[in-house]
Ligand binder design. Structure first.
Ligand SMILES: [Zn+2]
Length: 160
């Protein structure tokens, strides 16, 4: 399932990408036109604008919470827990692929490729990712949002 978020939900959108969900928030498109994007691209519209969601019918889902944790929980309550964490670029929504660390010289801070066996890169924009301290805190936060144990089967060992 694919999603388009309104501009109020940019942070949620990036976190959905971190969880492997195909999600965009087109900043150049007025919110009123997001429904068009949703239907033309086959995406579900996530919005904090009640009127926009009502107008979207089956394609719309209203996000009520203002805080990120609450928004993620609302999302999972409706669509279930995403299963393929760290498979998408948080910057552009592109798919990540594994790289040989040796191929990353110059693209990541010095020393990173020696400390981390696994470095991923975005196939769309080239952004590099590796399991650093931020990765650990993200995992911890996502696991803290576990709903009824449904995260129990999630593989957290990176993109495939
Ligand atoms: Zn990217």
């Amino acid at each position: 399932m694919r999603f388009v978020c309104d501009r109020m939900l940019g942070r949620l959108c990036r976190w959905l990408r971190m969880m492997g969900v195909d999600a965009i928030y087109p900043q150049e498109v007025p919110d009123a036109e997001l429904l068009g994007t949703a239907s033309s691209e086959g995406r579900m519209l996530l919005s904090r604008d009640r009127a926009l969601v009502d107008g979207a019918g089956d394609l719309g889902f209203y996000i009520e919470a203002l805080d990120l944790d609450g928004q993620v929980l609302e999302f999972m309550g409706r669509f279930g827990a995403p299963g393929d964490w760290f498979t998408r670029c948080t910057a552009c929504n592109g798919p990540l692929s594994g790289d040989e660390p040796a191929g990353c010289s110059g693209a990541v801070p010095e020393g990173i490729e020696h400390r981390h066996a696994e470095i991923w890169s975005c196939r769309s924009c080239g952004q590099r990712y590796w399991p650093g301290t931020q990765y650990a805190s993200i995992l911890k936060r996502l696991e803290g949002l576990r709903v009824g144990g449904c995260y129990g089967e999630v593989a957290c060992d990176g993109p495939r």
